[in-house]
Design a protein around this ligand. Structure first.
Ligand code: FPP
Length: 241
């Protein structure tokens, strides 16, 4: 299926897509299932979309897996999301032929030790994979990221390793989790909600936004095709004319 679709997207492909994987809870509720089942189905959708993006030749994909605000959820639900992450990380660790490079955006410190260790192992083991870079935003919050960068910059100024004159947008961006990566060209939010929810606020300054009326667990490569089609119609001027 991927081969047939690839020809449709050869031009104007985004270099970086961000996805807010929203609607898992509602998907489960509609079926009378516990919320965890929505996340389970959401994790499957994520895997299919990551492979599809890789096959299309999209170099970067960032998914919002767990926000700094998600700690407010019941422990049972948080544990279920962490278990899905464990399973996914175990799978990518074993299946190097997937050729996916995994990076993490967020503060991994508060995570359980084994998840943190697995995350670091997978990031290290997959660092030379060339198929696609998948950023998993985990315990991520955009404002926290910007605050962290500001603190690191203040520290570097204090240490004398950075001067005030050197601070510009490029320098600032190099202190973010996404250092060295292109900004997202396209941000997709399924589930009908139309907000950013603290997802990549710095990096999305010039992103195109596409909001879709599908719950994330039902999101398929066909939905991504629709979003890419819509993206191709957008005229991006970056403040110019
Ligand atoms: C938002 O939907 C989704 C989350 C907070 C969790 C997303 C996590 C996964 C898809 C699974 C783990 C990820 C990986 C990378 C293996 P919601 O629960 O807020 O949905 P609702 O708005 O319908 O309640």
């Amino acid at each position: 299926m991927a081969d047939q679709k690839i020809t449709e997207h050869t031009d104007q492909l985004p270099a970086h897509i961000g996805i807010i994987m929203d609607g898992n809870g509602r998907w489960a509720k509609q079926r009378g299932l516990p919320r965890q089942m929505g996340h389970k189905q959401g994790a499957k959708a994520f895997q299919e979309i990551a492979r599809y993006c890789r096959d299309l030749g999209i170099p970067y994909l960032t998914v919002y897996a767990f926000s700094t605000e998600n700690w407010k959820r019941p422990k049972e639900e948080i544990d279920a999301i962490m278990d899905l992450l464990r399973s996914y990380l175990r799978e990518v660790y074993r299946h190097t032929e997937e050729n996916i490079r995994i990076c993490f955006l967020g503060n991994l410190e508060p995570l359980e030790q084994d998840v943190r260790d697995m995350a670091l192992d997978v990031a290290q083991k997959s660092k030379d994979n060339t198929g696609i870079t998948v950023n998993i935003a985990l315990n991520y919050g955009g404002r926290a990221e910007i605050t962290m960068a500001a603190k690191k910059i203040a520290q570097a100024i204090g240490d004398g390793t950075l001067s005030l004159d050197e601070i510009d947008e490029e320098c600032f961006a190099s202190y973010l989790y996404t250092a060295g990566q292109p900004d997202p060209d396209l941000i997709i939010r399924p589930s009908g909600e139309m907000r950013l929810s603290n997802f990549l606020p710095w990096q999305s300054a010039y992103s195109e936004f596409i909001f879709m009326n599908v719950l994330w667990p039902d999101f398929t490569p066909n939905h991504l095709d629709q979003a890419l089609k819509e993206y191709r119609t957008r005229s991006r001027r970056f403040g110019g004319i």
